[in-house]
Design a protein around this ligand. Structure first.
Ligand code: AMP
Length: 223
């Protein structure tokens, strides 16, 4: 199964992706994390992506597609995977289709108002070492500004600053409608309320996935 999360920055795609990964065993792949890693490691893709990321703009499609293609070709993605942050536009969606058509596709949009995105991202902290995500209101670390998992210091992401958030949101809304239309036409699109609590959103997502999994087992059963 290929699970694609759509939603503005701060909608909880990463958090839900982690929970889904734990429950269903599909690896969660975040294009943003892969790109940040490439920037940190100073790879050729990372060097090309860095400036756009700092401004909150989309990175060139060819670079992102290459990074994703490499990741989903790994053995742990054979049975399926979860995509967080990719595709971000129709061109990327079509490229994904070209690269990999094997899996049943489920696209879940976590819907959230812009005001809530602002409030959430301003309160978001990440671990610079393991990438764990915290929130000063709803998902606080046990010890202030320290990661529960690896004990490293938590930081505000450079692109979670107000002016950059504005640009990321603008870009998101510019591309959203086309992507939603694309997946609605393919009858794989679901939309859920991102303002609910983390557990309630998780339960909504699980209901969608469980139905899809049941149906794919039914289809396979006569073999
Ligand atoms: P994210 O962590 O998903 O919010 O992504 C952080 C930044 O990485 C974005 O603001 C973009 O600059 C870049 N990025 C991540 N995913 C993509 C993508 N699918 N296409 C283009 N740029 C991306």
């Amino acid at each position: 199964m290929r699970i694609i999360f759509l939603g503005p920055p701060g909608s909880g795609k990463g958090t839900q992706g982690e929970l889904i990964e734990k429950k269903y065993g599909f690896p969660k792949i975040s294009s943003g994390d892969l790109l940040r890693q490439a920037v940190q490691e100073r790879t050729p893709s990372g060097k090309k992506a860095e400036a756009s990321m700092k401004r909150g703009e989309l990175v060139n499609d060819d670079i992102v597609v290459e990074v994703i293609k490499e990741r989903i070709s790994k053995a742990d993605c054979k049975k399926g995977y979860i995509l967080d942050g990719f595709p971000r536009n129709i061109h990327q969606a079509k490229k994904l289709e070209e690269i990999n058509q094997e899996h049943t596709e489920v696209v879940i949009e976590i819907y959230l108002s812009n005001q809530i995105v602002f409030d959430r991202l301003g309160a978001r902290l990440i671990c610079s070492s393991c990438g764990a995500i915290y929130n000063l209101f709803v998902r606080t670390p046990n010890k202030e500004e320290i990661c529960d998992v690896c004990r490293e210091k938590l930081t505000l992401r450079e692109d979670d600053k107000p002016e950059v958030i504005e640009e990321r949101l603008r870009v998101y809304h510019e591309q959203r409608e086309g992507l939603v239309d694309y997946y609605q036409n393919r009858k794989v699109y679901f939309r859920i309320d991102g303002e609910k609590k983390i557990e309630a959103i998780f339960s909504d997502i699980c209901s969608i996935l469980d139905k899809k999994i049941d149906r794919s087992i039914e289809v396979e059963a006569p073999k």
